[in-house]
Design a protein around this ligand. Sequence first.
Ligand code: PEP
Length: 247
Amino acid sequence: MAANPRPLVAGNWKMNGLAASVGELAKIIKGASGIAADLMVCPPATFIASFVHAARGSTVTIGGQDCHAEPSGAHTGDVAAEMLKDAGAVSVIVGHSERRTDHHETDAQVHAKAMAARRAGLTAIVCVGEQRAEREAGKTLDIVGRQLDGSLPDGAGELVIAYEPVWAIGTGLTPTAADVGQVHAFIRKCLGERYGVAGGSLRILYGGSVKPSNAKELLTIVNVNGALVGGASLKAEDFLGIAGVYR
Ligand code: PEP
């Protein structure tokens, strides 16, 4: 039985943001009070330390968008979970569909990254979701189940799951509320099988074209414990418009 965890609304800025973007973070921090949800911003790695500094003392936390599985070493261009932690991040997204597609990341690699997050003391936000053809072929639960099996970290502990249908990301399309509810209920069941009673209180976020106009419908579905927001998280007004569902 789900224990109704406190919702989380996390913004994934992807590869967007220059120095002026700190102004949007300031607006998010200002607007966060009175919202009964945890708010998180996941900016590009170049901003982690300065955003942590700017958000200190507020209710907004900062997360990374990806991490390497190793704690250090000869991996040019990569960022270790330990480095994100050292910079003040509390969380890291792993297995985002853009990483799975652009960098051919496998479930085994996502699992290793989720374990690295645990090792470093970060909460992994593990992303899963089907492609459009997979949904049309009626394979959504098979695909999501396989991704969960292969990607989730071993052992109960801090963890967030994000269900993000790949065809809904950045397209303006969203599944029906019934379809979202079906997948989230399935994920909840898988978490129970994997982690026992602890699986009932883990947060399962929905992600994919969430915006202020559809947030209420999506975020009030049973077993939807918040959102992972891409495009709409770049503007404080839109991000707060989504999180404001929890006011
Ligand atoms: C995402 O990339 O995690 C995402 C949900 O993007 P968008 O909100 O833009 O669909």
